[in-house]
Write a protein that binds this ligand. Structure first.
Ligand code: SF4
Length: 76
């Protein structure tokens, strides 16, 4: 069973507000179109405490954090 915490950006929902890159610059970066994407090379984005802050800050709820440290309803 995979128990790692997953972080994903729904780019269909993202409006490019950039709050995530401000809240968690080690995890999120804005691409050339202004939309958020996960920064490559982060060893374990799900373990980064700023990810939750970014998910809260996103005005459209485009950041999903699921797994053991995610919201209770997302736990396996
Ligand atoms: S805060 Fe949300 S809407 Fe803004 S860039 Fe990040 S994922 Fe997209």
């Amino acid at each position: 069973m995979d128990t790692s915490t997953r972080v994903a950006v729904d780019r269909d929902v993202c409006i490019g507000a950039g709050q995530c890159a401000l809240a968690a610059p080690a995890v999120f970066v804005q691409d050339d179109d202004g939309f958020s994407t996960l920064r490559h090379g982060h060893p374990d984005p799900g373990a980064d405490p700023t990810v939750r802050e970014a998910a809260r800050a996103c005005p459209v709820g485009a950041i999903k954090v699921t797994g053991p440290q995610g919201p209770p309803e997302a736990r396996p």
